[in-house]
Design a protein around this ligand. Sequence first.
Ligand SMILES: [Zn+2]
Length: 455
Amino acid sequence: MFDIVIINGIVVDPEQLTRRQGNIGIEAGKITAVTQQEIHGREVIDANGRIVCPGFIDIHGHVDWRAYCGELSLRQGITTTVGGNCGLSPLDIEAFFAAQEQEGFIINQAEMFGHSMSLREAVGACDPLQPATAEQLARMEYQVEKALNEGACGLSLGLAYAPGSSNDEIYRLSRLAARYGRVVSVDTRMRTSIDMYSLVEAIDIARQTGARVQISHLVYQYGTGMMDEALAVIDKARADGLDIRFDSGMYTQWASHIGAVLFSEESMVANGWKLEDILAVTGKYNGRRLDMDMYRDLRANDPQASVVVFTGIEEEIYMALSHPYAMPSTDTGEYAPGEGHPQIAGSFPRYFRQMVGERYELTIMEAIRKATLLPAETLGFHTKGRLRAGMDADLVVFDIKGIMDKADFGLPDAVPEGIDYVLIGGKLVLNKGQLLHTRAGQAVRCTAPVYDYTI
Ligand SMILES: [Zn+2]
């Protein structure tokens, strides 16, 4: 007798790339049986006609303990979120994990250690246009090493937010991540609308330091007519033996805070962004396109206000996510109900609907592999993203024909349809839209190297 069984599902194994009718038995938070035999449990979930697979791993998010943001992730089938991206994370990684180990959270959280905003400011490198001093850099090295020892799954660079970072600064910190066998995620600089050098620069981090490099939200950076070239640059680097991977959302429009150096007048001109292409998605101008008075008001008085830049070419989303080393991601962040970018509630359902259901870009097995096993392998989550005995019972049951994102601009937190059940650590946490547990999520500390450091 199992604690829980999921029966009659279409079980997708992302390691074997198979799907077959089957049953799953769960005991003490782990998958203990995957079988076509009849099995019995104290709790029974009938998954008739539904896909059963590992819970999705969102390799690029900003949940960082925010409960509503975590809930919207869970409702997309995400069981593990990776926070601390774009160079912005809590400074005390030990406290971050310890709190989750004591209190639990709505989903599992792994955490990057962020360089470009939080850490730089903490050591006094407050001007994003200037390189850190030798003394500031030494303090940053100490902090990065400490965070890696405490279980951060990598170092995140937000070069668009600290374009003054020197190569010395980037390489010395990335070399630490490489020595620990952890990933370096890079939100590339956005210097101009045709800037391919920023991708070459991110790839050079792998070349110079031996680090595995995860390029963040590739479509947001290069989905403006440059995707063909960006993918060719990545393929060339991989052919040269560099470990370059990337993630992307399902939208061309991207969100950030208006106070970022990225939105200085010079940067706006260099990137060709017009004020009418920028939509406020929080605060007093929520839902309105900017004009010069609003832009100046927000930059001066509400620099944390979120805006979305309407840019990019839709077809380049599908090109990017068809790549074998591409992973879907949300870039989710915290907003009040009714505010924000639809990526917070729609990303993963949209990925399955468009990439599998409507466009046939990916098979269901391949689409699931890229949302589960590939991020787990990239980050070193050895018991997640896999569907076999001994693995964590983080599971999602969904209807591939009925999966539907409902979020849109103006309705950014509308929850999707077609995600029937989500389990975390063997607990049923989402049952046909109803939240049953909000503390089942565990801390995901990374302690072992994911790859060998060779340089
Ligand atoms: Zn981000």
